[in-house]
Write a protein that binds this ligand. Structure first.
Ligand SMILES: Cc1cc2nc3c(=O)[nH]c(=O)nc-3n(C[C@H](O)[C@H](O)[C@H](O)COP(=O)(O)OP(=O)(O)OC[C@H]3O[C@@H](n4cnc5c(N)ncnc54)[C@H](O)[C@@H]3O)c2cc1C
Length: 264
């Protein structure tokens, strides 16, 4: 490892001040993505600001009718939360399928969303569930949060604090996972929300996206069979050693039908 400063602020204000004082600093949550990145020298920030000691940042609670999950809530905490299981069971099921026990004990919902990895599972849930992401400065709709490959709408100095979700009437997630890492080769989250049916796809493109033609078909009839004949274009989809763009396009359809089935 190379030399860097390490800060462990006890409040959000202290964390924001530390970030302002050192613009090249990086926030660290569960470290499951950031630490390997440092080890491989893909990043070498002058300072790390650990969010783990900030009280309240990992709380899972109900705020009015919404499920509110603190950015520092770890995956294991989400999986075992009776509130998450009651209000959005599909989210608990999605998180159960992330990585391995080490990753689930350390990784956080905020770290995953802020990383905007194109193969991560949680961005699909956030987008399909029309979540609101709160920072130390403002609220951002999930629709506007994921900007591009590993790029979010967060501005320098901005810290994600919590994610609010209105419980859907029903929801389901299905992914075709990489057998080694369990990242999504393609994952589809389908949610029947107060804002209509929403279908979000991860793993297939440079960032999570909605599949609007599937949403229209499912609005007419909420049945996986209505998706069978809707072809997905391979244009712009990822192509790598795991799967070609054409294979991913087919997987989007298959995973969407499985996700609808899971929600029934
Ligand atoms: C072996 C392995 C398997 C994995 N498998 C999967 C999988 O199947 N599915 C999946 O989705 N993911 C998978 N992951 C990734 C895992 O989910 C990571 O935990 C996650 O991407 C990052 O969360 P973290 O809390 O560890 O964040 P960190 O690594 O600490 O941070 C990630 C990034 O987010 C920023 N950040 C963190 N918190 C905040 C905040 N509150 N505000 C602003 N910025 C913030 C950091 O500065 C950093 O840039 C895997 C990882 C490993 C190592």
């Amino acid at each position: 490892m190379y030399t860097f400063e390490f800060h462990k602020p006890g409040s959000l204000d202290e964390a924001a001040a530390a970030l302002a004082a050192e613009p090249e600093a990086k926030l660290i949550a569960g470290g499951q993505t950031l630490v390997p990145t440092l080890r491989q020298r893909l990043a070498s920030p002058a300072a790390l600001i650990d969010l783990a000691a900030i009280p309240g940042l990992n709380i899972i609670e109900q705020r009015d009718a919404r499920l509110s999950i603190g950015a520092m809530a770890r995956y294991a905490q989400i999986i075992t939360s009776p509130l998450v299981r009651k209000l959005v069971p599909a989210l608990a099921q999605l998180v159960e399928g992330i990585g391995d026990p080490l990753v689930r004990n350390r990784g956080t919902i905020g770290g995953s969303l802020c990383n905007s990895d194109p193969a991560a599972d949680l961005p699909a849930a956030a987008l399909a569930l029309n979540a609101t992401l709160h920072t130390n400065r403002r609220s951002i709709a999930a629709e506007d949060f994921f900007v591009d490959l590993f790029e979010t709408a967060l501005q320098p100095g901005e810290i994600l604090t919590r994610i609010d979700i209105t419980p859907p009437r029903r929801a389901g997630y299905a992914k075709f996972r990489n057998p080694a890492s369990r990242y999504a080769v393609v994952g589809v989250f389908v949610a029947d929300t107060v804002d209509g049916i929403r279908v979000a796809v991860t793993g297939a493109g440079p960032k999570v996206f909605r599949q609007h033609d599937f949403e229209a078909a499912l609005t007419q009839q909420y049945d996986p069979a209505v998706l069978e004949d809707i072809a997905v274009s391979a244009d712009g989809l990822n192509s790598d050693l795991h799967a070609s763009a054409e294979y991913r396009a087919n997987l989007v359809n298959v995973m969407a039908r499985r996700a609808v089935n899971a929600s029934l």
